[in-house]
Structure formats: structure tokens, C-alpha cells
Write a protein that binds this ligand. Structure first.
Ligand code: 13P
Length: 247
């Protein structure tokens, strides 16, 4: 079934207490009958506390990263199985901050995607171009290349049963958002790349989404929800954004 998603990526913010408070506020307000699925991505150390806080609600939990390895001597890493064990349903792979700051290559991202899916997590594959790449008219080439690297290793069918999030790097955390037309153009190129197998794959937009710009973005035919950073740290703002998504 086709599904719309509203995803909050909390990045490296908050204490266990603020995370639980935020999750509790969301859980109190979010309607379980809604056809839009809400997912929050707390920092790893807060996952189990947040999972407990939303246990009786319709809110799902995701992990901001996942190891490409299933177990072993990988100090500081967390396997997909461990994340499932803590109550995660989703995992972000290839977020632009990890590609840039942790030097994650498209190959590593593909390995993480496969590890997540093998353990039963739903990967949210993040893709997006830099400002320079956009100015050089390479946007679709860059995004389709990032997706192709995962298709090559994981297979098209497996990519199509995941979620893809288009997050232009220049719009992440900058207050600058892609226009609805810019976003739709990339989303329709992704939809075309996935072909028949990807007609029901949720495609999310991320990059400075807020309650003021979300409605126009979510009205685009190939935008099936949002991946929200800063604005997901405020319960009321995030709920307002979530309510703008049409299932
Ligand atoms: P902002 O909404 O803060 O721009 O972050 C977007 C993002 O990176 C979500 O993963």
C-alpha cells in the first residue's frame, strides 16, 4: 500500500529527558488512524527511552545510521540487529552529513542499505547534490548516480521497497529550501529511474522544511512526505508540518 511519511531527524540534539518529553508530546497528539506514518530518529543513546515513550502510539522509531557489518570487532558501531532489538523500524543511510563528515562513499552507503534491509529495517536512502553540482546542472546526474550505486549492489526491487529521501545539500540546515518545482523535478526523475517497480516507493523531500513551506512541497505529485531536521525538535511545529501531508 502506498504510504506517506513524516520523518523527524533529531540529529545530535537533546538529553534523554528532552527526547522523552518531545516523544511524549508527539504521541499525545498524533492520531493512530492517520494514513500518514510518523517516524522519529533520536540519537542512538535515547532510542530505547523514546521507544518506550511512544510504545502505545502509532509513532515509529528509526536510527540515524547503521553499521554495514552484522557483528564483530567494530568499536563504536551499532548493527542493524541491535537497532531492531531496540525497537527501530527504519534506518537512515547516506545522510549528506555522514557522506561529507564521515566520508561515506556510495559503496559504503549501499552496504549499509543491504545490512539494514537484511535485518528487517526499512532503509531511508538519502541523496542530494551540492550547491556547486546544482549550479553546474549536475543535479539529476548526481542523484541518479547515488541511487544507481545502491541499485547495483542491492538490486532494483530491494531499493523500490525502501524509502528514498531527496535532500539537496545546500538546503540542509541552511534555511534555504528547494522550490516545490525544483524538488518535484528531481522527484519525478527518481520516479522515472525506479520505473514500474517504484510506483509505490515513498519519496521524501528534506532540507529546511517548516510549517510555512511544507504545504506547497507536499502538494507536488511525487513528494510523499518530508524528512525534517531542525523543525522536528519542536513538537508543535513538527505536528503542524505532519498535518499538512495528504495521505
Ligand atoms: P533541516 O530540516 O534542519 O534542514 O535538516 C534536514 C535534514 O538533514 C533531515 O535529515
Amino acid at each position: 500500500m502506498f504510504k506517506s511519511l513524516i520523518v523527524g531527524n533529531w540529529k545530535m540534539h537533546g538529553t534523554a529527558q528532552t527526547a522523552v518529553n518531545l516523544a511524549t508530546q508527539l504521541a499525545e497528539d498524533w492520531n493512530a488512524d492517520n494514513e500518514v506514518e510518523m517516524v522519529v530518529f533520536p540519537p542512538f543513546v535515547h532510542i530505547s527511552a523514546v521507544a518506550a515513550a511512544v510504545a502505545k502510539s502509532a509513532i515509529s522509531i528509526g536510527a540515524q545510521n547503521v553499521s554495514e557489518y552484522s557483528a564483530g570487532a567494530y568499536t563504536g558501531e551499532t548493527s542493524a540487529e541491535m537497532l531492531v532489538d531496540q525497537g527501530c523500524k527504519y534506518a537512515l543511510v547516506g545522510h549528506s552529513e555522514r557522506r561529507a563528515l564521515q566520508n561515506e562513499s556510495s559503496e559504503t552507503v549501499a552496504e549499509k542499505f543491504i545490512a539494514a534491509q537484511n535485518a528487517g529495517l526499512i532503509p531511508i536512502l538519502c541523496v542530494g547534490e551540492s550547491l556547486q553540482q546544482r549550479q553546474n546542472n549536475q543535479t539529476v546526474e548526481v542523484v541518479s548516480g547515488q541511487i544507481a550505486a545502491v541499485i547495483e549492489r542491492a538490486g532494483l526491487q530491494n531499493v523500490c521497497r525502501a524509502v528514498i529521501a531527496y535532500e539537496p545539500v545546500w538546503a540542509v540546515g541552511t534555511g534555504e529550501t528547494a522550490t516545490p518545482e525544483q524538488a518535484q523535478q528531481v522527484h519525478s526523475a527518481i520516479r522515472a529511474q525506479l520505473g514500474e517497480a517504484g510506483t509505490a516507493t515513498p519519496l521524501l523531500y528534506g532540507g529546511s522544511v517548516n510549517a510555512a513551506n511544507a504545504a506547497d512541497l507536499f502538494a507536488q505529485p511525487d513528494i510523499n512526505g518530508g524528512l525534517v531536521g531542525g523543525a522536528s525538535l519542536e513538537a508543535v511545529e513538527f505536528l503542524n508540518i505532519a498535518k499538512l501531508i495528504e495521505a
